[in-house]
Ligand binder design. Structure first.
Ligand SMILES: N[C@@H](CCC(=O)N[C@@H](CS)C(=O)NCC(=O)O)C(=O)O
Length: 220
């Protein structure tokens, strides 16, 4: 079977999610950089991969997949050995709902509002104010909800899709200068995950397309 190919941009939080999931599930992959600042996501060649003009996309098992949550669900269904959704049959239904609720706050409620395309349309001069507002609005709710579901991680003590989405969103929060002191539970979970090898390896600064001058701090 051929090695999966991930179309990614080092600072893309959605690509970061899929990199974490691939690493957690110990799936080796080839990295194909798409430079969002140069507009490569809107080029004819890449639009044939993802007509939405977004990363990530994953070529795997003769499938070309887009949309990070759908990609993670595919990986979970085809490679369940190391799970990213709750497994305990008793807890599963309730916990899965919590995981999906938290995941969706980030993937539908926060990231799309602060995506590059939206920032550009709104005017890059307002980028910091807009991004900070969008993330703060979502993190206010996320903090409240996760404080009720968290154990060591977002839902109980196993790493799930909610954690995989949270860590890249905290990276974006740092970029947009969000006041993280307001979010003790998010901060605690983030700290617990930041040292995990799958997350370290997936971090923006560790990617081949991260410029040398950003390797010390890719949030700049
Ligand atoms: N729902 C999509 C969102 C993908 C997305 O918004 N990707 C961003 C980077 S995180 C992107 O490629 N933006 C390019 C642009 O806005 O031009 C997913 O989860 O994969």
């Amino acid at each position: 079977m051929s090695t999966p190919v991930l179309y990614s941009y080092f600072r893309s939080s959605c690509s970061f999610r899929v990199r974490i999931a691939l690493n957690l599930k110990e799936i080796p992959f080839e990295y194909k950089p798409i430079n969002l600042l140069k507009g490569e996501q809107r080029g004819e060649e890449y639009l044939a991969v993802n007509p939405m003009g977004e990363v990530p996309a994953l070529q795997i098992d003769s499938n070309l997949l887009t949309q990070s949550v759908s990609i993670m669900e595919y990986l979970e269904e085809t490679r369940p050995e190391i799970p990213i959704l709750p497994r305990d049959p008793v807890l599963r239904a309730k916990a899965s709902r919590a995981v999906r609720m938290l995941t969706e706050i980030i993937t539908s409620g926060i990231q799309p509002v602060q995506n590059l395309r939206v920032l550009r349309k709104h005017g890059l001069e307002h980028k910091m104010e807009w991004g900070k507002w969008a993330i703060t609005h979502g993190f206010d709710a996320f903090e409240l909800l996760v404080s009720k579901t968290a154990g060591k991680y977002c839902v109980g003590d196993e790493i799930t899709m909610a954690d995989i989405c949270l860590v890249p969103q905290v990276f974006n929060a740092e970029r947009f200068d969000v006041d993280m002191k307001k979010y003790p539970t998010i901060t605690r979970i983030h700290q617990a995950l930041a040292e995990h090898p799958a997350f370290v390896k997936a971090a923006p600064a560790a990617q081949p397309d991260c410029p040398d001058e950003l390797k010390a701090d890719a949030t700049k």
